[in-house]
Write a protein that binds this ligand. Structure first.
Ligand code: SAM
Length: 301
């Protein structure tokens, strides 16, 4: 069954009395080369890191299963989490021939990842792969990053390969020297490296979105590369630095930390080695780690 053939997609949807839902960000892939390419990009990195180990992938939003079936062919185990309950019987039908897939009807943002790992993924090296629904791209990536590390600090995920809007991909891949650098970019840099893989034009989807998409891969550090006194402080500082993009770091952090006087924040910035007139977008992840540790020291006084 070619799950990217438009007439097949329409027939399946009609047979199961369902249709594409805008509210769930449903744009299904209709060119088999794309899910094939995404799955290969995911497994090629995964296998290069974990040769010979049992491999698993978590797919967020399998839709009718076009990417899922490609993932089933390259990973030992596939966990597919779909929010739309009308697609569950569709997936059971379209993925019927694959024995290595587990379909879960849940909102990925509410899933108990810890429980999922214990129940389904013990003994597997795990990556994430998805054609993400545009309306919750950033919350999903942030949720993955927040859960990326085990208690002992090692990474739970080998990589996160996702299709997102091209503009979002540009933000994810930006650097502090140029591009659309923001809080999410700095946060990702703490956990790993991002690579842009390829663009996908709107005519590859049903229905066609208005914008071009891009596939990116976040390659997570297996052990923390950067160490900070307090991780929560780091993300508060990153968030605070970009709270008011057009303002200086000092003004933006003063709004984000109203309980600390502006004079103290000014000292913290200078003690970290920066000029008070600098903007948050000029700071690399190393710079943010240094700044965050100064905040932690001030907090612990
Ligand atoms: N993977 C399919 C493909 O590439 O053709 C579908 C991708 S479509 C862009 C996004 C999918 O994510 C839809 O199936 C949608 O129902 C699902 N979805 C949306 N929000 C979700 C959530 N919070 N948790 C899990 N799945 C979600």
């Amino acid at each position: 069954m070619n799950l990217c053939d438009v007439s097949t997609v329409k027939k399946i949807m009609a047979r199961f009395n369902t249709g594409t839902k805008k509210s769930f960000g449903q744009n299904f892939l209709i060119n088999q080369e794309i899910p094939y390419g995404i799955a290969r990009e995911s497994i090629s990195y995964h296998s290069s890191v974990h040769k010979g180990k049992k491999s698993a992938v978590i797919e967020i939003g399998p839709g009718i299963g076009s990417l899922t079936s490609e993932l089933c062919q390259v990973y030992d185990k596939v966990i597919a989490v779909e929010i739309d309950k009308t697609l569950i019987p569709v997936l059971e039908y379209t993925l019927g021939e694959h024995q290595n897939v587990k379909i879960i009807n849940e909102d990925f943002l509410k899933i108990d990842l810890e429980g999922l790992f214990k129940k389904e993924l013990d003994g597997y090296e795990v990556s994430v792969c998805a054609n993400l629904p545009y309306y919750i791209t950033t919350p999903i990536i942030m949720a993955l990053l927040e859960n990326a590390r085990r208690e002992n600090g090692t990474s739970r995920f080998t990589s996160i390969t996702v299709m997102v809007q091209k503009e979002v991909a540009q933000r994810l891949c930006a650097t502090c020297k140029k591009g659309d650098y923001g809080a999410i970019t700095a946060s990702i840099n703490y956990y790993g490296e991002v690579k842009k893989l390829f663009d996908v034009s709107p005519d590859n989807f049903l229905p066609a979105p208005k914008v071009t998409s891009s596939v990116v891969r976040i390659e997570l550090y297996s052990e923390p590369k950067y160490k900070v006194i307090d991780e929560k402080m780091l993300f508060d500082v990153i968030g605070g630095a970009f709270l008011q993009r057009r303002k200086t770091l000092l003004n933006s952090l003063s709004s984000a930390f109203p309980h600390i006087s502006k004079e103290k924040i000014s000292n913290i910035i200078e003690n970290s080695g920066f000029d008070v007139s600098i903007r948050g977008e000029k700071l690399s992840i190393e710079d943010f780690c240094r700044l965050s540790d100064e905040f932690s020291r001030e907090n612990n006084k």
